[in-house]
Ligand binder design. Sequence first.
Ligand SMILES: NC(=O)c1ccc[n+]([C@@H]2O[C@H](COP(=O)([O-])OP(=O)(O)OC[C@H]3O[C@@H](n4cnc5c(N)ncnc54)[C@H](OP(=O)(O)O)[C@@H]3O)[C@@H](O)[C@H]2O)c1
Length: 287
Amino acid sequence: MILVTGATGGLGHQTIDFLLTTTPAAKIAALVRDVNKATDLVKQGVDVRQADYIDYSALVKAFQGVEKVLLVSAVAFTDRVRQHRNVIDAAVQAGVKHLFYTSIQRSTDFVMPEVTESDLATEAYLKASGLVYTILKNGYYFEGLGYLIGSEVPDSEIRFPAGEGKIAFVKRTELAATTASLLTSEGHENQEYILSGSAAYSFHDIAREFSALAGRPIAYKSIDEAHYIAQKVAAGFPEVVANFLAQWGAAAKEGMLAGTSDTVERLLGRQPTSLREYLQTTYFSGR
Ligand SMILES: NC(=O)c1ccc[n+]([C@@H]2O[C@H](COP(=O)([O-])OP(=O)(O)OC[C@H]3O[C@@H](n4cnc5c(N)ncnc54)[C@H](OP(=O)(O)O)[C@@H]3O)[C@@H](O)[C@H]2O)c1
């Protein structure tokens, strides 16, 4: 039995969708906080189990009879380490053999507060737990680009604090397909994989692609973090969110998200979505 946590969220649900294409529903379990959000999974025959990452005894119960767990990391700005430790401890107690954890890619030593700090603590805890582990160092989602630079085609300029830094963006559905493939194949014991796109793009590259698609010049200007935060706050974002978005700029600038690996491409059996394809579909379809 494979259990996927975060099954009512994007990555968890999409991973189950891919698992269902190769694995009988009776061998798939979904961990959810709210069963009312998982009626579609119940209808498909997936074994839906309820527990919050903070509810240790519910987790132990939910993990009964499970061989592999995909722990979809908890959201930022919560006590991620406490939640992840609970899940790991409960997995040990319930007799789970192998736990996969969704970390964020870190191609340099840059430590991003709220994200990398808790990933590092979780990975260390998992490695010391006695469970067989697989660490998935997920690239930055293409779907997150809009949060950084806006969801409309820029008029003439992208203003973001990433300097010359690059990001090896990856579509979340392609991460889910890759994750499902890793969960259902052998040879991933105590391994770590970077699950990134096959190419990394700077914000100059993004501006160039926007220019080609829009048929007008669009430039990239690297601005300092304080200006970016002020710009986002003026656009209505809470300051804490604006700060968080600026941190992704700093992470990109420091190369944290720039490394590429062919694991996603290899397991998909095709090139992952390119920047041009993503921008075309997301910003220009229907225009
Ligand atoms: N690589 C990237 O670019 C990127 C971007 C964003 C996030 N992430 C990280 O990757 C994870 C998965 O991404 P996603 O897009 O699938 O996020 P998402 O759509 O927000 O899904 C998060 C899932 O985790 C569940 N969850 C959160 N806290 C929980 C708790 N205390 N107990 C049980 N379940 C809990 C949520 O349950 P509910 O449905 O009940 O809320 C939801 O199902 C995120 O949680 C975050 O750590 C990565």
